[in-house]
Design a protein around this ligand. Structure first.
Ligand SMILES: [Zn+2]
Length: 179
């Protein structure tokens, strides 16, 4: 499929679909649903989702896990021809990792107004003081990426009630035979 520069908008949508599938997988295991995939020459080098809880590792964001897996896959720690797709704007840590990895391009979905390290809070990927720039395409399938996160956090807020912790203890046990 050629170099990162030739990817069409349709191509972005398709690769983001892989990242969204990863995000859903993460959400199903109780992790914040963020997914990422690293693509080079039309091939998936690695895909991963957020796993800080499962791995007991605060650095186990989807982007970091993808870069680690891709490094093992290609036997290198730099990816100057690759594009990273991720459903949520990378944080400061992950933006830093993209710079260290010399990734050519980042495509992300939803913005992160509270912690984004690319455009929302900090702009690490085009900072002239740093020795590498990453091309950025933002807002690709942003609504779906955002909806996954909103549904996840909404479900967690409702969890205590749905488990009965909120009110069940105050409600007498219902026994049909006593009615
Ligand atoms: Zn991160």
């Amino acid at each position: 499929m050629g170099s990162p520069r030739e990817t069409t908008h349709e191509g972005h949508l398709l690769w983001m679909d892989v990242a969204l599938q990863e995000a859903r997988r993460g959400g199903e295991t109780g992790e914040v649903p963020v997914g990422a995939v690293l693509i080079q020459d039309g091939v998936v080098l690695a895909a991963a989702h957020n796993q800080p809880i499962a791995l007991q590792d605060p650095t186990a964001h989807a982007e970091i896990l993808v870069l680690r897996a891709a490094g093992r896959q290609v036997g290198n720690y730099r990816f100057p021809e690759a594009t990273l797709y991720v459903t949520l704007e990378p944080c400061v840590m992950c933006a830093g990792a993209l710079l260290h990895a010399r990734v050519a391009r980042l495509v992300y979905g939803a913005a992160d107004p509270r912690g984004g390290g690319v455009e929302s809070v900090y702009r690490l990927l085009d900072d002239p003081r740093l020795n590498h720039r990453v091309k950025v395409v933002s807002g690709v399938r942003a609504e779906e990426s955002q909806a996954l996160l909103q549904e996840f956090f909404l479900a967690r807020r409702q969890a205590p009630e749905s488990c009965g912790l909120g009110w069940a203890s105050a409600v007498p046990t219902y026994r049909p035979e006593q009615a």
